[in-house]
Design a protein around this ligand. Structure first.
Ligand SMILES: [Zn+2]
Length: 100
């Protein structure tokens, strides 16, 4: 069995894992235990250890995830004090839907 390490905090939940017991599913279904800056991921069926995910979230990966529409990432970015203040007018440019 190949254990996997996800360094991209925002990417791991979208991945699919497979266990030797036959279980297969999205990583959000895995059981997780947290050890400081990492979490170990276990099969929800047989509890085999399937991988490790880094909980250290880099700004780069958060920005990338937000750009892809990850709502958690967007929430994080809006809470970050480092970002320059954005005027309300900025929001309107983001609303483009229903073309055609
Ligand atoms: Zn299993």
């Amino acid at each position: 069995m190949s254990k996997r390490i996800w360094r991209d905090f925002w990417g791991w939940q979208e991945s699919i894992s497979e266990c030797c017991c036959g279980w297969k599913g999205q990583n959000t279904e895995l059981r997780s235990e947290y050890f400081g800056e990492v979490a170990e991921l276990y099969c929800p069926k047989c509890e085999a250890r399937l991988g490790l995910v880094s909980l250290v979230v880099g700004l780069d990966s958060t920005v990338r995830a937000a750009a892809l529409g990850n709502e958690d990432a967007i929430q994080q970015l809006t809470r970050m004090p480092l970002l320059p203040k954005s005027e309300d007018a900025n929001r309107e440019s983001g609303l483009e839907s229903g073309q055609g």
